[in-house]
Design a protein around this ligand. Sequence first.
Ligand code: COA
Length: 329
Amino acid sequence: MSKITAAITAVGGYVPDDKLTNLDLEKLVDTSDEWITSRTGIKERRILKVPGKATSDMAVFAVNELLQKRGIGADEIDLLICATITPDLIFPATANIICDKIGAKNAWSYDIAAACSGFLYALETGSKFIESGKHKKVVICGFDKMSAIIDYTDRNTCIIFGDGGGAVLLEPNYEGLGIIDSILKSDGSGREFLYQKAGGSLKPPTHETIDAREHYVYQEGKTVFKFATTNMADVSTQIMKRNNLTAEDVDWLLAHQANMRIINYTAEMMGLPTEKVPMNIQRYGNTTSGTLPLLFWDFEKQFKKGDDIVLATFGGGFTWGSIYLKWAI
Ligand code: COA
């Protein structure tokens, strides 16, 4: 029998209705539409404002959409992995909650927390259960409700992040389509540049941690920018080289939507023209685990079966990586 590869066979996505525009942010912090647009490419983000709704509620929309597109029931899912750093609860896993809400009663499920690289890490992990022959249907979700951990008085971070995400179904492929190669990296010494200072076992919540606003995202933007640019370009060019891909061969670069300038630099290093680099950062901002599946969701109609796609990401940890896949739908 030919080698089993893990192919994406359906895509779903979800963003909340409420928009937070650059003009709205001008009223909250000392910033401007011009500054945000020129430094990041972001014009607006979506915010989940419905009381009592969390990350799992957004994911439920996306998973139900992909099940419907593929014409299968939730009970056919073997495994569901949710990449998130804004779980509904510290425990149990948001993936467990999603499975309960959609009725995936035959699935086992767990979360992966790798900040902006979460979806790529989860895609890599899930693909191994397909390649090994252990499972036939694995759902990978990437969702974050970043508004839950963003300080809307901090102009360094509040302009960047938004809520939303997407989900993909992985199934076995015997024609050589699907995930071909991957490079995943992490370096925990970068943790002090992008993190949530309190709320974990190192610094459990107290009145003092709340007063010091330590439950929000803290970021040293310049340092993160420097590492993101170098490392995302590095793994993306590496994956091209070791798979003998020229810039002509690569049909699409789907890059984590953190900053338009980081994405443009990676594309330039890969030798790709802008037409091959779809972006939706202007509409959603950085949805952390959500950006890559949201790109699949928004642009899948433009992809053709057999297209060569390079995924690239960088995020808190630091974590980063690249995956090369052949589109299978
Ligand atoms: N509006 C207006 N001015 C702002 C601002 C805002 N929202 N945020 C910062 N500034 C100011 C700074 O205070 C600084 O002023 P100073 O020179 O008087 O000190 C100036 O603008 C430049 O700040 P700097 O941090 O150098 O800007 P930058 O060009 O690096 O852009 C980020 C800031 C955050 C957009 C950029 O660093 C970035 O995108 N970093 C990576 C973010 C990221 O990808 N994070 C997710 C994980 S991958």
